[in-house]
Design a protein around this ligand. Structure first.
Ligand code: ZN
Length: 299
């Protein structure tokens, strides 16, 4: 029998297309430990359930006794019911009741939310959004994830699908998007957008080769111009205290952040621009799991 390492923990899970990340958070919102395992998404929903349950078992048997579970998942999530309607990471998922899966097996209280909402929550509670009332978060990865903290709470919209910040149009005659819209922000400011323009390089290498290859330079210039356009619109719509950029692609933007900040602040409404901050996220790739753990509030 292993003695408990800590009690009153909350476990956050970020269920991705290839990996499940888990974070344990104590009653002071301190991160206690982290775990991960393959999600096996390509083998179907039941396999993902098995992966989730076996990871929770591993955590429990390592001596971390959690009493609540939060789960973040990309896509359209009905947080009230704990159902993932559909997800870009799991093409074969339709109305998957993630909450029921985990509650039945563990007898713990479970909350499910969109992964970018979880990331925004993590930044607002523990990261760069701390102390602010309105936070806009973008995760620039294969696509764009969006999370909103408005008036000190997660904004989910009327159907739970609010805050899909990668899917407003920046070109009315632009590239069709799988979401059904045309010219979505995501089609121009994501890793897949960069890859479309320079197929011979990864998104990371396109940023690295910007001074060597003209094609990379043009692609990055376009990317930054489109990003600025999107950020100005987001700033004017939400009048946030801070816009936070995260996700793997944001790492390539480090040399350009001053320029991006200056252009965005200069182009939005003067009162908004004077107040607005634009920065990178504090958490890198575990923000979804950290935020998922924080879905269960400690009173
Ligand atoms: Zn779209």
């Amino acid at each position: 029998m292993i003695a408990p390492r800590a009690n009153n923990l909350r476990c956050g899970l970020d269920v991705g297309g290839t990996q499940i990340k888990a974070v344990l958070v104590d009653s002071n919102d301190e991160i206690v430990s982290e775990f991960s395992s393959p999600s096996q998404a390509h083998l179907g929903p039941e396999k993902v359930r098995d992966s989730l349950l076996s990871l929770l078992e591993t955590i429990y048997h390592s001596g971390y006794k959690f009493n609540a579970v939060g789960i973040g998942c990309a896509g359209s999530v009905d947080s009230e019911k704990g159902i993932v309607r559909n997800s870009p990471n799991f093409s074969n998922w339709k109305d998957i009741n993630l909450r029921l899966w985990i509650e039945e097996a563990t007898d713990k209280s479970v909350i499910v939310d969109n992964d970018a909402n979880c990331a925004a929550l993590a930044e607002w509670k523990l990261g760069k959004g701390r102390g602010f009332k309105n936070v806009v978060l973008l995760t620039l990865g294969t696509g764009i994830g969006g999370g909103l903290i408005l008036n000190n709470g997660i904004y989910r919209g009327s159907t739970g699908t609010g805050g899909e910040l990668g899917h407003f149009s920046i070109y009315s005659d632009g590239v069709p998007c799988p979401c059904g819209n045309i010219g979505c922000f995501e089609r121009y400011c994501s890793a897949s957008a960069l890859k479309t323009r320079v197929p011979e390089f990864s998104a990371k290498d396109i940023f690295k080769n910007v001074t060597i290859h003209d094609k990379c330079q043009i692609a990055v210039k376009e990317f930054i111009r489109n990003l600025q356009t999107g950020l100005v619109s987001l700033a004017n719509i939400f009048d946030p205290d801070i816009i936070l950029l995260g996700g793997a692609v944001s790492e390539g933007l480090v040399p350009y952040i001053s320029e991006i900040r200056e252009v965005v602040k200069g182009r939005c409404f003067p009162a908004i621009g004077a107040h607005l901050k634009v920065d990178f996220t504090h958490f890198s790739n575990n923000s979804g799991a950290v935020g998922a753990a924080l879905l269960h509030a400690i009173d």
